[in-house]
Design a protein around this ligand. Structure first.
Ligand SMILES: [Zn+2]
Length: 299
């Protein structure tokens, strides 16, 4: 399994069983030890001295806005995020998950990943899918309920598979998506369809994107990717025998096999750029490569 995934490092007890206990949530919010940060359009305040960290305030100094309970640490300190206007605090900078998700410590990275996912879900799902009426936040930010019909909506997560395909010579397949910069290369990925297993999705996506039949599918780990609402599930797979690459021009602009030496040369010369450390793609490629990749972008 992959050992380090930037966005899968959360350490808090999410306290899911306390979310509907309104008295407990209110008392916890009012507790002077409670730590709060603000999110606005995916951005939060981060300080860099001594190292990258979220900027917290006590709840009494938090801005107005919806409050979502993110969890409780080993000392019993609770963490909330508020959807509101980012305050101006000296020494703090505005940053989003893409920029700081891999830089923050384990606890803060987990808090930010959770907060970004919740904020996006609330912002994009204000209405009841049954009656079209406006829904209300409940369960400390983890459920929306319809006052007209009582139906509950839970945060959505879309599973996506991402797979490193090797051939019989242990070369890796890297490709360029249609909207990527000319030098960007990564492994293949795609969303799981309704009624499909993860393994079926891996095989289908590889066949659709580059025309290869694969086997030996191995699961290596997952991480949330709330940009905006995916869960990335990482795999290795092996292309059967000697098959010709047939990239689908609508999904893949360039696909090629690389030995480890060829990949190192291509990265060091700048002919291609790898995914950054935030992504599970980079971790899968490093697992195959056997160590850090040369000239990896910062995020
Ligand atoms: Zn409704």
């Amino acid at each position: 399994m992959l050992e380090w995934l930037a966005l899968a490092r959360g350490t808090l007890d999410r306290a899911a069983e306390r979310r509907r206990d309104q008295d407990w949530v209110e008392a916890t919010w009012a507790d002077p030890r409670t730590r709060v940060f603000t999110i606005e359009g995916g951005r939060v305040l981060v300080s860099y001295d001594p190292g990258p960290a979220l900027v917290f305030t006590p709840s009494g100094k938090a801005p107005e806005g919806e409050r979502y309970l993110l969890g409780v640490d080993d000392e019993g300190v609770a963490y909330f995020v508020v959807r509101g206007t980012l305050p101006t605090i000296e020494g703090a900078e505005r940053a989003g998950l893409r920029r700081v998700g891999a830089l923050l410590g384990d606890q803060d990275s987990g808090l930010l990943t959770h907060a970004v996912a919740l904020e996006h879900w609330h912002a994009t799902n204000p209405y009841c899918p049954r009656c079209g009426g406006r829904t209300e936040v409940t369960a400390a930010g983890h459920v929306r309920v319809c006052p007209a019909d009582g139906s509950e909506q839970f945060p959505r997560v879309d599973p996506a598979v991402i797979m490193l395909v090797r051939d019989d010579q242990d070369r890796v397949l890297l490709a360029r998506g249609p909207s990527w910069p000319a030098d960007r290369r990564s492994i293949l990925a795609g969303f799981v369809e309704p009624g499909e297993s993860l393994e079926q999705a891996v095989a289908r996506e590889v066949r659709e994107e580059v025309g290869l039949d694969i086997d030996d599918i191995q699961y290596l780990g997952s991480q949330p990717w709330p940009l905006p609402q995916s869960l990335m599930l990482g795999f290795f797979a092996r292309a059967r025998g000697d098959q010709e690459l047939r990239p689908d021009p609508e999904e893949i602009l360039d696909a090629a096999w690389y030995t480890r030496d060829e990949l190192r040369d291509a990265l060091e010369s700048g002919r291609i750029v790898s995914p950054g450390p935030l992504s599970i793609a980079a971790q899968l490629i490093m697992r195959w490569y056997g160590g850090p990749l040369p000239d990896m972008p910062p995020f």
